[in-house]
Design a protein. Sequence first.
Length: 501
Amino acid sequence: MTEATSSADRDPGETQSAWRFVRARRAHVVVDAAAYFTLMQEAMLAARQRIHMIGWDFDTRVRLGPGRRWWNGPSRRSHPARLGAFVVWLCRRKPHLQVRVLKWNFGALKFVFRGSMVLDLVRWYFQRGIVFKFDSAHPLGCSHHQKIVVIDDNFAVCGGIDMTSDRWDTPEHLEDDPRRRRPYGTRLYGPWHDLTMMVEGEAAGALAELGRKRWVRAGGSVLEPCAPQQETAWPDRLQAEFRDVEIGIARTRAAWRDADEVREIEELFIEHIRRARRFIYAESQYFASRAIAEAIAERLDQPDPPEIVLINPESAAGWLEQAAMDGARVRLCHAIADRNPGARFRIFMPYNAAGTAIYVHSKTMIVDDEIVRVGSANMNNRSMGLDSECDLFIDAARPGNAHAMPAIRRLRINLLAEHIGLSREAVAQALEANPSMIALIEAAPRDGKRLEPFVLRPLTEAEKAVADQALLDPERPEELFEPFSQKRGLFRRGGFLRRPK
């Protein structure tokens, strides 16, 4: 097992697959960014000491929820709708509030092409209480991919949703929804599916500690913990799915300067896949991880394997991601098929009622309705070893967590219902009669929202070479500089999967 982190960075007695186990007074999985943006606006309005936002990307032009627009004129009572103006308004209203924003440094120049965002950042710079920093504390070729917001050290959110453009959508994923418009643009973007998890209490405090350490590592000044307080920023209208539950936290981090490598998320994926007895339901932007594919093949090769359903987008976004991820998905599926004669592993892609592909950006996995994990890590090699990631999970098998199982089952039912266009009640009844998710998906009506099977397409020899060597999706930073080593790639020497023809 890989030595993941130094003793000073890990709690005594914890495993290689988790950094920390902490209690949450409340926890809730938020589905799709329309709900997330509005809930975060409400939470930030309740902030008293500090708002710490950590993300892969931020766009100050996005509209969070209700509020005045720029043409409504200034008002002390009515808050702005846009993120940039909203944060300034909030700091002026609460002079002692600290706002710290940490964004991955790559793509900083694209702010120039985001129009009014440059003006927002200037306003942030001159507004007391707001500090914006770019994060470059990682090896060349890596990224800071976490999506975390912490408020007052006792409320936090961690998952797959960035506060940026092209994310807002509702579970209906309507065709040509006029609300799904780019900031200050006329073009609409396509349907988008995403998830994140809100936590309150000790779990939020652990994420706050993680965020403060990252802030200092990125060059920021030391942030002292917030003063303890009874009130939290938990939105009043949100009824939590989970109460008094233990939360596990797992991370990925490449070695950099005095920081050791952390591969907890990879170990956690392998652990959860091996534990599966009845089924795995997962959603991921990609399926390109050698380690995850090997764990799936190994589990399917054993007697009475679980049913595994993976929800992926039709194709990765952008030609570079398509070259890196789509070919790897085909190659890994071929390799797994050699060990999976019963077709217990299936990939499906969601479409809305008009037949438009829904882009899956969520990163979640549910195992036997006993484990649920939500985070920033995709099922690709980068998320296992290159990029900084953070996942949260609830394991109902751990002491004091058994009461979480009904809520985990409801979440799986809700997600399936969203994707196949049936009511939650209909999905629950169907799974009660036949627990096979594959059978449910294949029997669902095809005239509305639906899941279509992923069909393996033939690859060119060039596409096979790019995929097999994981040229654009390596497992460790040093592999960027040794692209044709036999010690790397999807079918590396000593690996479990055989290279398909």
